[in-house]
Design a protein. Structure first.
Length: 266
């Protein structure tokens, strides 16, 4: 009965969310004592409306929310959708909705990957990762191109941690996305790889993307890629199942050169 009532509550309050969630723009208020807000919802909304909560206060709010169980769902959805709540509290509401409702909340939460607020996009991805929601490849691919590097990094982590191997081509494509490089203001300067590129290379290895093997074997021999040498060595080890010898870089390069020659001959 508890599971059934939880599902009913969730469906009732999440049914009006659009494909691209928008924040409800209304005047901020701390008064949730009106007829519209009753009982648990009114109590929780008053708490979530408070700005600048400390870590202890956040922990207490988390425990208090969890203690209400399914009854907290309407308030959490309200906080996620409304504009006049602190970002940190909206993040907490998103995570706790996933905690209380479980995987059944994934379709609702996944829609916030396209939310105008980067905090909600990030919170959505984090929560989906915790839920091991592995059926949202299209949205994860969308998030890999997000204008926020932090969000792109979390989308990458979702793909890596859930081992979504069919997403490997989209991950590899990040190497060609200018957003993932520091572009100098002067035209004469060269673009520099960010740490996200390093994560991309390692993720390609973790996903065992075989099509990356040949280009990586070529790249690892070139000086211009020395800043990502360790990541390429890691990726090649994962993809080929062969480990380069421990020691200096030139020994590793020789190993992969011999491996490439052997592969070419075969």
């Amino acid at each position: 009965m508890k599971k059934i009532s939880l599902l009913i509550i969730f469906c009732l309050f999440s049914s009006q969310v659009f494909s691209k969630p928008k924040e409800v723009n209304r005047k901020p208020t701390n008064d949730f004592s009106t007829a519209k807000f009753k009982g648990v919802k009114a109590t929780l909304l008053s708490e979530y409306a408070k700005p600048g909560l400390t870590k202890k206060q956040i922990a207490k709010l988390r425990d208090r929310t969890m203690s209400h169980g399914p009854s907290a769902v309407p308030a959490l959805i309200h906080v996620m959708k409304a504009k006049d709540f602190p970002d940190r509290n909206k993040w907490l509401a998103t995570f706790l909705l996933g905690k209380i409702v479980g995987k059944k909340s994934a379709p609702f939460i996944s829609r916030f990957i396209q939310h105008p607020n980067w905090v909600m996009r990030m919170a959505s991805l984090k929560t989906l990762n915790a839920l091991k929601a592995d059926k949202y490849n299209g949205l994860y691919a969308y998030a890999l191109k997000d204008k926020s590097m932090i969000v792109r990094g979390q989308a990458l982590e979702n793909i890596r941690s859930m081992n979504l191997q069919n997403m490997a081509p989209a991950v590899w494509a990040m190497l060609y996305d200018k957003q993932n490089y520091h572009i100098p203001k002067k035209k004469t300067g060269k673009a520099k790889r960010t740490n996200l590129i390093k994560k991309v290379i390692k993720t390609v290895g973790d996903l065992k993307f075989s099509k990356a093997k040949s280009p990586l074997l070529t790249m690892i021999q070139k000086k211009k890629y020395k800043d990502i040498f360790e990541e390429m060595d890691y990726a090649l080890t994962k993809i080929t199942g062969k480990a380069s010898p421990k020691g200096k870089t030139h020994l590793k390069k020789q190993f992969w050169k011999r491996y490439k020659m052997k592969e070419t001959i075969i």
